[in-house]
Design a protein around this ligand. Sequence first.
Ligand code: SF4
Length: 302
Amino acid sequence: MSKDELSKKIRALLKERNGILLAHFYQRDEVQELADFTGDSLGLSFEAAKTGADVIVFAGVHFMAESASILSPDKTVLLPRAEAGCALADTITVEALEKEKKKYPGAAVVTYINSSAAVKAASDICCTSANAVRVVQSVEEKRVLFIPDGNLARYTAKFTDKEIIPWGGACPVHQDLTPEEVLAVRARHPGAKFAAHPECREEVLALADFVGSTSGIIDYAGKMSGNELIFGTELGILYQLRTRYPAKTFIPASEKMICETMKLTTLEDILKALTAMAPAVKVPEAIRAPAKRCLDRMLTVG
Ligand code: SF4
């Protein structure tokens, strides 16, 4: 089936089922093109919370579909590729978190949204890369266990007086970008600005003109002086950058920055999921209620 035929069938099924297609900025171009809403984790969480649709098709990874199910328990949440997980979220379990909490009694647990529903349920408040500093500042406790991304934890610690205790997790896509790679690309594009995602390692962030979430990087690309931007995040962001700012030039800091699980979902998978209304993600109520408190606290901070 051609891309146009697939898109038409998906659109027709979305209409029939009163569904909405949400796609993360790291998804394939054709999936982002068809989506009703594209965004980063924070934007997609807000969208999942406020939509009036009965069915949410989540083109993303498992923890994102879980967040949609937590926020909208009465809706059917479809994750077209059930095996699309997040290597960063997998770096911490509830058991490991409980052990860490015992080591630091009285510390607030701030949990990056890239985590399982069960880990969120055992945490105090969620954050994303867009609001991590605001979230840390919002908690009363002076000491914060920041999980699971160690790079984001260390970056956030620079903007607060609170004691941040990082968990040692990392996103392999961002962690693997080296300062040498960035310097080599910069040498080839001496006039270009460099924007990096805070999941990158500290030495890479030190080279950046701008550090921010994927939506932050997209905004920066529009506002920056100059026409060339080197970006240190997953390659899927190129679709948004080129669509929004066709007159500017965007250069990946590394061609290897591809999240394999984000790239699993195809238009065929979306069509199959909408036809079969499966695979669905449903968070059990015993986990959903405490996980929702954790997400709601974050949504209040903004
Ligand atoms: S890019 Fe990294 S953090 Fe994002 S889904 Fe992939 S593995 Fe997880």
